[in-house]
Design a binder for this molecule. Sequence first.
Ligand code: MSP
Length: 511
Amino acid sequence: MKYFITTAIDYTNGDPHIGHAYEKILADVIARYHRTFEGPTFFLTGVDQHGQKVQQAAQKSGVQPFDFAQEVTRKFLALWDKLEIRKDGWAATTDPRHKKAVQKVLQSLYEKGELVKAKYSGYYSVRQEQFLTDKERNEAGVFGTEWGEVILLEEENWYFPLLKHKEWLKNFVEKHPDFVTPAFRRNELLNAIDRLSGDLCVSRPKERLFWGIEFPFDPNYVTFVWFDALLNYVSFAGYLSDSDPSLPDFTELWPCKAHIIGKDILVPAHGIYWPIMLHAMGFSDEQMPRLLVHGWWNISGAKMSKSLGNTVDPDILADRYGADALRYYLMRDNNVGHDSDYSEENLVKRNNSDLANDLGNLVNRTISMSRRYRGGRIDPVELNDDDLNSIRDLANSVTGRYRAAFERFEVHHAIEAAWELVTRANALVEQKAPWKLAKEPAATELLHAVLYTLAESVRLLALMVSPVIPTASEKILAQLRAADIRTLEWGGLPSGHELDEPFPIFPKFDL
Ligand code: MSP
């Protein structure tokens, strides 16, 4: 069984922004952690290419929705490459393999009586092309001008009966605390389930929305975009693929260990529609995925949005500071599950202080001193020295806490734990002053032990930061000539090991 991890798929109605980048980096970091330290991993991410938003954006630009979605998809793909997102699968919802799976699911739900055709009549906004409910009325009790012309419309559509499964869902969420992380989001979901009062309309008549997957048994309709998009998590994992060799083996991957989504799409999409869809499709409670719900990146406390014109372009930031600095900042300055405020100033500060000063100096000093005083050779010398013993104990405690933090998806805590070792190892350099020991013949053993302790600390750190800053990590491991020593146990560097030339890894930036 592989560790299967996925993210929300991004709408292709506009350019990627820092919020999209954060989510993919978070998922990539967790995937890299598992690949390196736990075992085989499959990371799926992709793009949501259908629906009204894409159809409208394409119309505005005067191009076909397919071409529009392809162009935006290219931007996402190029950005993920630049940000070192190492994905194993790519879910693009116009892919014929996905379309086939969606239609098979619709057909089988229809045959099971889980889809019903019904007439609905209500207020409909022509401009927004959606039915309006009382929630959309303003304080004066009317539909505001933002909805344009509002007409009474009667329309026949296909409905997916959510209410029938409400009790099951409530029980399931109550009995499975790990369905939603963090815990406070689970309470929010339980409240939403209690309020659930209607079924889900899963079709759109083609005359008002043509950009979607056609109903296999009723070709005048296309599939509602969420119903289509949610199924990406199983279609691109090989579900109902008739062993298509271009897709993974579904039984190897499912159930998903982490669906990473933003807080805005827990209710109703991932917390209500998705588990009920799986349940109706015949998945057991044990086959339900686990949701990891992250917070938002805001700008000075305000929501980032295209209409406010305050979005931040991760592509420019990656060009300016490099992928590692951006990845580090987004992982270090966010408490997973909670919101964060984006600031370029903080990005630069984090880079300069944590990466260039703390970690960069430690690596550089360790390797330079080992070359200078021992020609690059290091040996594990057993000495009963309190400082050296305690740093070894600290390293063991740090690697333990680092792993535990990752198991809870708390990437920022994993980084904080690693930095305890960075700080301590830097302090050891000052404490033991190897440049003095090198001048005292009686201190040779101690010098060897200190240099080994530093090199081994640096090796463990390079491994621990590898999910977050993969490029810098590889460079550190290359200087240590330790690329293939992957253990998080103390003592991985063997006796007589030789280090390579030092060279600076982390650039500093001016504010
Ligand atoms: N297409 C749907 C998801 C379908 S999943 C079956 C969608 N797309 S989106 O492009 O609007 O958002 C994609 C992801 O980015 C979501 O998880 C969303 O929460 C996340 N973010 C969008 N803006 C964000 C921030 N400002 N900060 C952090 N993440 C945010 O929703």
